[in-house]
Design a protein around this ligand. Structure first.
Ligand code: DX5
Ligand code: ZN
Length: 216
């Protein structure tokens, strides 16, 4: 089964509640938190997540592109996040952090930037509910999909199977009608799409179309 998570980064931030409603029927709403340190862009923080979680029934998939996620992740769970992704490049203690996220009742997920390999983290996989493979350099929506990430997606899916795990494998960045089938074929099953959803005339239909394409 393919899950489609629209990224609110490509929505109109002055109308977040309506923009969240526009994609009801999506599996999760992807929320990109950027701190202008880990990535060269700044988006939103805990108070906005708290309001957004009250404004929609779609569960929130937080993508923390911030330094010191060890300190901040618990606050995002208290603000209503159902899933929290931290970057392994930023985490001080990824195992402890993943355990804390799960203990607080959210799904624990770890992200890898394009130049970060999966192999050193193989033994951490059982601590996670999801792994995110970035298919652009994190920081901005609307970038081109890096197809050099396809072998990493494939290797990660193989590792997950070899360990007999039920981990979800998310891709984020440049996912669209033109690229989603290659991601699915390589083994991804959770697809973040920003511009491909919010740039469409009918965002809810774009979600349905992407899901159908990924499941083909
Ligand atoms: C980029 C963010 C993505 C972004 C994707 O750093 O993590 O979630 O919103 O946008 P698109 O789908 O337009 O590449
Ligand atoms: Zn993201």
């Amino acid at each position: 089964m393919a899950l489609i998570n629209p990224s609110i980064l490509s929505a109109d931030f002055a109308r977040l509640a309506e923009e969240a409603k526009a994609v009801e029927g999506a599996d999760w709403l992807h929320v990109d938190v950027m701190d202008n340190h880990f990535v060269p862009n700044l988006t939103l923080g805990v108070p906005v997540v708290e309001s957004l979680s009250k404004a929609t029934d779609t569960p929130l998939d937080l993508h923390l592109m911030i330094e010191d996620p060890d300190r901040w992740a618990p606050q995002y769970i208290e603000a209503g996040a159902g899933s929290v992704t931290f970057h392994v490049e930023a985490a001080g203690a990824p195992v402890r952090l993943a355990r804390e996220i799960r203990a607080k009742g959210a799904r624990a997920s770890m992200a890898l930037k394009p130049a970060t390999p999966i192999e050193p983290y193989e033994d951490l996989l059982p601590e996670l509910d999801m792994l995110l493979i970035m298919t652009v350099e994190p920081g901005f929506g609307g970038q081109s999909f890096l197809d050099i990430m396809l072998p990493k997606i494939r290797r990660t899916r193989e590792l997950i199977s070899r360990h007999g795990l039920q981990l979800a494998l998310q891709v984020d960045g440049g996912v669209s009608a033109a690229t989603i089938e290659r991601c699915a074929e390589a083994g991804a099953d959770v697809f973040v799409a920003g511009s491909a959803v919010y740039g469409a005339d009918d965002p809810a239909k774009a979600v349905r179309d992407l899901r159908e394409q990924a499941e083909r």
